[in-house]
Design a protein around this ligand. Structure first.
Ligand code: HEC
Length: 244
């Protein structure tokens, strides 16, 4: 059993594998749950990104970028991507977890209100990556499910990839890895069986103002730019979900 559980499983193959493993039949559902959670955190990040100019506007005090507004925007974005409507959340088995993630995202925005609404300051450090990290931490405290943004040349120490993540990031960076394909594996962490899912992320033009060239130049956050090029692997969203 141990051997089968730790065997490498890729994408949809996971469902087929676990079909023959009654005691872990739930891993297939859990993969879908992880994918939905990733989509929900990405929706939140996109909402922050789309309102970055507003958030960074030094001339405005109250910006109306409230937790309620953001919650609504996230629901709309998530619905457009997944067809799951969290304003009427009873249809699917993952509802409770998804609502907990939504609540975490809203709480991060609520806590940041004094920062976001500060007049006279342009850049406030409230950016998609920081928002997503904090929402992930909040969600972890509530559910025990870990979610993080990680990358080979990470900036924030807490985003450092662990051994598993580093290995999968190397695999994602291989030009032979199909672009965008996730990686999922049932494995053991601290003697407990967990499902790990990672989704690769690539640099687009909007990332390059901070992560692009010239390498070593300071970006708006004061950190050194990595020199990424458009289309390059930027990192991954990593989920560690305990299996019962
Ligand atoms: C405003 C500048 C800025 C922009 C634009 C930006 N990032 Fe980042 N990014 C950061 C900062 C700062 C961090 C560290 C966040 C933290 O404290 O967790 C970070 C963290 C990350 C990480 C996690 C690993 C690490 O470095 O800690 C990834 C992956 C990442 N960014 C990818 C992207 C991608 C992909 C885009 C475009 C879609 C993007 N970033 C746009 C500034 C930026």
């Amino acid at each position: 059993m141990k051997v089968r559980m730790s065997s490498l499983i890729l994408g949809a193959a996971l469902c087929a594998m676990v079909a023959g493993m009654p005691s872990h039949a739930r891993a297939g559902d859990e993969t879908e749950t992880a994918e939905l959670l990733i989509a929900l955190i990405k929706a939140g990040r996109a909402v922050v990104s789309e309102h970055q100019a507003l958030i960074n506007d030094a001339s405005k005090g109250n910006k109306g970028f409230t937790d309620e507004f953001v919650g609504h925007e996230i629901i709309e974005k998530f619905k457009a991507k997944t067809r799951v409507d969290l304003s009427r959340p009873n249809g699917i088995p993952q509802s409770r977890l998804l609502l907990t993630m939504l609540e975490s995202e809203r709480e991060v925005v609520l806590e940041a209100q004094p920062v976001i609404n500060k007049q006279g300051v342009a850049f406030k450090g409230f950016i998609p990556a920081v928002f997503a990290r904090k929402a992930g931490q909040m969600f972890h405290r509530k559910t025990g499910i870990k979610m993080k943004l990680t990358g080979a040349n990470y900036r924030f120490p807490g985003n450092k990839p662990d051994d598993f993540e580093a290995e999968v990031l190397r695999m994602f960076a291989n030009p032979r890895h199909p672009k965008g394909q996730q990686y999922a594996k049932v494995t053991m962490v601290d003697g407990k069986s967990v499902l790990r899912v990672m989704e690769p992320e690539y640099a687009d033009a909007t990332c390059l103002t901070c992560h692009g060239g010239p390498t070593g130049e300071r970006d708006i956050t004061g950190m050194k730019k990595e020199g990424w090029k458009e289309g390059e692997l930027a990192g991954a969203i990593s989920v560690v979900m305990p299996l019962r």
